[in-house]
Write a protein of this length. Sequence first.
Length: 441
Amino acid sequence: MSAALATRHMGKVITAYRTHPFHDSPVSQTTVAAWARCAQPHVSRIENGTAIDSITKLEFWSTLLGIPTQHQWFSGTSDEKLSSPPPTESKPLLIDVAVLPKKSLADEITQRSSKLRQWASWESPAEVAIRLQAVNQAGIHDTTFETMNLAIVDAIARYEAEGPRQLYPQVLTIRKQAQSLLEGWQHPRQRIATYKIAAQASALLGYMAVNVGRFQLAESYSVESASLASAIDDTELLIWIFGTRSFQAYYARDYVKARDFARAGIALSPNSPQAIRLLSNGEARALGMLGEKDQADRSIGKALELAASLNVSSDLTSCISFEPYGYSRIAANAATAYVQVGEVGRVLEYVGNIGEAVEDSDSDWSRSLTKLDVATALLLQANPDLEQSMVLGTEALLASAGRPIESIAQRAEMLVKYSAKWPNHSAVVDYVNAFAAWKET
């Protein structure tokens, strides 16, 4: 380690840290990449390329590796000075590797989750909407509805970054505000707008309740939102709500009901853009859990055909969005469906097709879920790849640490179940311990 520090090349320091004997076994570049939330090739370029000359980047890697301040050769140096070569007679930097922390996966998960909880106490769009309503108390101004709609759009956009526990209060505030308006008087046009906002808010609350495992509450919200959507004949929203009821039944492990809710929603308008979600996320995944491979194939095929016919964007939309599913979402759900029927090749094919889209997105949950699907598939194949499966499982937990949701919890637990055949393998033990730490975040 002393020799690596003397080179003043952070890549050499990372290599020395990873391969030092004080670890029980060498730390892989993939694991370091997971700590830094970057791709493995990026770590490889840092280790083998020219020395980093950015103070900000050097400070980042020093913090990540836990290098004590007195051994940070760049401390107090400007970027301009750093770009100059070190003095030829500079003394080597000495460091006892024992002072560097030995990073455990559980420690990394705990550290990352604590940072994610430190959200700034900004005023939410929902609070702005309430204040504006008070300003327009003499009569409901259209800007009141505009700000309420903006609050819903804002919650959807932030959902995967912050999660249900952070955003539930904002959406609940909008739902309560809409209720207060419904109990008053509005023009007919405004009445319809109020019903729409109330229905959307209840629908989102139902989805959030599923993500935290509150299945009965989720069903109550879904029934409420369906009643409101029916009152204004909003078929598209009704189909979306049936999708959430299917989603709720799936994670409540009632796969027959999940299939039937999806089919009921599709029947309302089989060629609706919302039917794409019900075919892939609802029907196909439930059929996979029921072992109905051929029917799951047909559901996925219909979803792909419908998306193509409607020219739906292939972008990876937020999981809670009211927008129709594109190819990336369909493929991710297809992979999940094929895991349970043992179609390992199809799982790897679909995940491979969307790998770039998932990695480029800001959806840590999608990264976690696709990695867990592949990890499980690797254990179900004829020649299980235990090592790679546990690496992917570990990466999945790291990606979503601090924002646990029911879907990731159940799939991570499923991987624990399938890896139980190798109870004493060190990689399995590490993953099981990491999962226990993840559940506490």
